[in-house]
Ligand binder design. Structure first.
Ligand code: B12
Ligand code: SF4
Length: 494
């Protein structure tokens, strides 16, 4: 059966300055590989990757990049089953529109929907015309569903599925044996377009080939603002060190890749596995660099492990203290020992690894003294050598305790759930705090690490970026140019 996976264009609120980290859709490529193993003819329409420099206005308030819903539908032949992938809340309306467009073109053809975000809000997609919304991981569920559509299996055997008539909850959450899964089908993606961009999930350089891979999935922690506990049921699944080394070698041999972005939510939970991977990279003389754009858990690191990671080629990682106030960390149900972070940052800096720290402003219950503590803590990190700090403003996500928080009400649509929630009553105050904190961070960095600061400016200029912030500065310049070139595009569904 012909199955076409659709990655929507990247969409974000025009007002959300931070809302559009573009990157290789690796989750989709892993899914495509698994479905292909069942003998289906799988392809991917990567609506962002195919035309990443084209901007258009979507529903007045949003900016989209890539193909329009109508252009996407044009590319789906009548004999193929389309499957729309919805990664995050900001893609909600865009994906509804893609579903509607597909149904307008051919009402009889089943349309599938799945992805991280839809797992929590499947109903809207069914209302828009989707015939099947797959909940959770797709590797087993999509082949089973295609087999049902082909008339080969019974409906009763399906799991984790929403249709106009049924809601079948997931019996299993994150139970896949990752070692038995194929490597991502990145051959179905416009990789050259991504490499030409000069930005990715982790710091990337124009023309330098890199690959996003996942060596593990899930997370055993239960932070109150995060959907991961619901998505993965508290499980953490990992590929063996041997399998990870095989995957790295595959990309080195096939695509001449020497830089990897490891996107795991929790790469280092199993210390022995990390050590085996690092020793394997060194023993096999892979000569690679790698980074952790989704972050490492501070509890899983110490100075010895950092030395080994650096020797194996680690060049960047982020940590998520989230707040400098232990009171706020409790409110978040975050089990983070933030006192160890400055030491880890300092060690990483001495080893030549660039580091980033993530914070969230505006946790319900946060008071001015908490924000002062956070700011003071960030200055401490700046002195320790952290090379960038990122501070989104808290937004609620479906199925998290934060979603019910009275302080986090006021959004009108799912698409408003982004890292600059302009609809929050206290948004202006929080945004001022965020901007002020960036100023504190950069001035402390400038006074304590003037050479590092000047080098940073040099890298933004030359494009040899070490951090996401440097890369983002370049991207914003490039985006401005693209927007000028794209002026005159007809707005879609204004
Ligand atoms: C890697 C990653 C990215 C990468 C790759 C994105 C991609 N499109 O693949 C990049 C860097 C590009 C990215 C960008 C963003 N991301 Co992101 N990302 C992740 C991360 C860390 C891992 C995702 C992953 O690969 N998981 C493993 C794979 C196998 O799972 P999966 O992708 O969900 O796919 C499985 C299922 O969902 C399903 N499935 C997927 N597609 C389909 C399609 C069909 C038809 C079917 C049936 C099934 C199906 O099957 C797949 C295999 O099991 C998650 C965190 C997490 N907890 O997962 C955040 C996460 C999903 N991202 C998030 C966000 C907010 C963003 C951004 C908006 C950030 C920003 N401010 O710009 C941008 C959006 C850009 C965009 N539109 O692509 C949030 C989403 C929250 C929400 N509900 O809105 C998360 C949860 C992180 C977080 N806690 O904040 N992201
Ligand atoms: S924020 Fe990170 S540590 Fe906390 S539950 Fe989510 S993925 Fe796990």
């Amino acid at each position: 059966m012909k199955f076409i996976l659709i990655r929507p264009p990247v969409v974000h609120l025009k007002a959300d300055f931070y809302g559009s980290i573009p990157g290789i859709p690796s989750g989709l490529a892993y899914l495509a590989a698994s479905v292909r193993e069942f003998g289906h003819d799988v392809s991917i329409i990567d609506a962002y990757g195919e035309d990443p420099h084209r901007f258009y206005t979507f529903r007045k308030r949003f900016r989209a990049r890539g193909l329009t819903p109508s252009e996407i539908a044009d590319r789906v032949p009548d004999d193929a089953i389309p499957g729309v992938s919805v990664h995050c809340a900001s893609e909600h309306s865009m994906c509804l529109e893609i579903v509607r467009e597909l149904k307008r073109r051919n009402a009889d053809r089943p349309v599938l929907v799945g992805g991280y975000h839809t797992t929590f809000v499947p109903e809207d997609f069914v209302k828009a015309g989707a015939d099947f919304v797959v909940l959770g991981e797709g590797e087993k569920r999509v082949p089973a569903l295609l087999s049902y559509i082909e008339g080969k299996t019974e409906f009763a055997s399906l799991d984790g599925l929403v249709t106009p008539d049924f809601f079948i909850d997931r019996k299993e959450k994150y139970t896949l044996d990752l070692n038995s899964q194929p490597f991502a089908a990145v051959d179905l993606l416009p990789l050259e377009n991504y490499w030409k961009l000069g930005y990715g999930h982790g710091p990337a350089m124009r023309g330098v080939r890199y690959m996003n891979i996942l060596t593990s999935r899930g997370c055993p922690y239960k932070c109150s603002f995060c959907q991961a506990p619901q998505m993965c049921g508290g499980h953490w699944l990992a590929k063996s060190a041997e399998k990870v080394l095989e995957e790295l070698q595959f990309h080195i041999d096939r695509y001449e890749i020497h830089d990897f972005h490891l996107q795991d939510e929790n790469f280092a939970i199993d210390r022995k596995r990390v050590e085996d991977i690092c020793h394997g990279i060194l023993d096999r003389k892979m000569n690679i660099t790698f980074c952790f754009p989704s972050g490492l858990k501070m509890e899983t690191l110490d100075e010895n492990l950092l030395e080994l990671l650096a020797e194996a080629g680690c060049r960047y990682f982020s940590l998520s203290p989230e707040s400098g106030s232990t009171r706020v960390l409790k409110l978040m149900n975050k089990t983070a020992d933030i006192q160890r972070v400055p030491r880890l940052i300092n060690k990483a800096s001495n080893l030549g690894i660039a580091t980033c720290c993530f914070f969230v402003a505006g946790t319900p219950g946060e008071i001015p003294s908490d924000r002062s503590e956070t700011r003071a803590y960030i200055r401490k990190l700046a002195r320790a050598g952290v090379e960038e700090v990122v501070m989104p403003i808290m937004t609620p996500f479906p199925a998290t305790p934060s979603m019910d928080s009275p302080e986090l009400q006021g959004f009108t649509e799912m698409d408003d759930l982004c890292f600059s929630p302009v609809w929050r009553k206290d948004y202006k105050k929080l945004d001022r705090f965020r901007m002020g904190t960036y100023l504190h961070y950069y001035s402390t960095r400038f006074f304590n690490h003037p050479i590092g600061f000047v080098k940073m400016l040099g890298r933004i200029f030359t494009g040899k970026c070490r951090t996401k912030g440097e890369m983002t500065a370049r991207r914003l310049l490039r985006d401005s140019l693209d927007k000028i070139v794209s002026i005159g595009e007809k707005p879609v569904n204004p």
